[in-house]
Design a protein around this ligand. Structure first.
Ligand code: HEM
Length: 135
């Protein structure tokens, strides 16, 4: 089935007024569930990092139907992540925690269809970033 782009966008829009909370919760959940990942961010300026992640996710959602733009963007991002110490297995942890943070932030607005749409979209993001990383 094709990715439900409308639902991806509308669900992200539904949390946009709480975007800072979303990203804050994402890192809290990630470091709580996967403490081994935290050292990768040891030298990161987390304030800046939260902003960059948010901007990046917003860009991906905006450009999700523009393959020509998105594929090289995600491949490049995957490549830079190798230097950050990111391993292929980290991608599932990040996806799980990102979707958990989205669901928590959206609250009762969150639906099973939204969950499925994000799982599907993240799968494509992950595959493309890992492809660019060339492990
Ligand atoms: C949807 C997937 C992801 C997106 C959109 C994303 C986005 C970003 C962005 C935009 C940056 C800022 C620097 C740059 O542009 O290269 C960054 C940095 C970083 N990301 Fe990700 N990332 C993702 C997945 C991951 C995963 C799976 C890990 C592994 C735990 C990770 C760990 C890091 C680290 C360690 C940094 C550098 C922090 C620093 O020291 O400044 N990211 N990420």
């Amino acid at each position: 089935m094709a990715l439900n782009i409308e639902l991806l966008r509308s669900s992200f829009k539904a949390v946009s007024h709480k975007a800072e909370r979303l990203i804050e919760r994402f890192y809290e959940i990630l470091f709580e569930r996967y403490p081994d990942v935290q050292p990768l961010f040891a030298t990161a300026r987390m304030e800046e990092q939260r902003k960059m992640l948010l901007r990046s996710i917003a860009l991906i959602v905006r450009k999700v139907d523009d393959t020509e733009y998105l594929v090289p963007y995600l491949q490049g991002l995957g490549k830079t992540h190798v230097a950050y110490g990111t391993k292929p297995e980290h991608y599932d942890a990040v996806g799980e925690c990102l979707i958990a943070a989205l669901s928590e932030t959206a609250g009762e607005l969150w639906t099973k269809e939204m969950e499925e749409t994000w799982v599907e979209a993240y799968g494509v993001i992950k595959t493309t970033m890992i492809e660019g990383a060339n492990y």
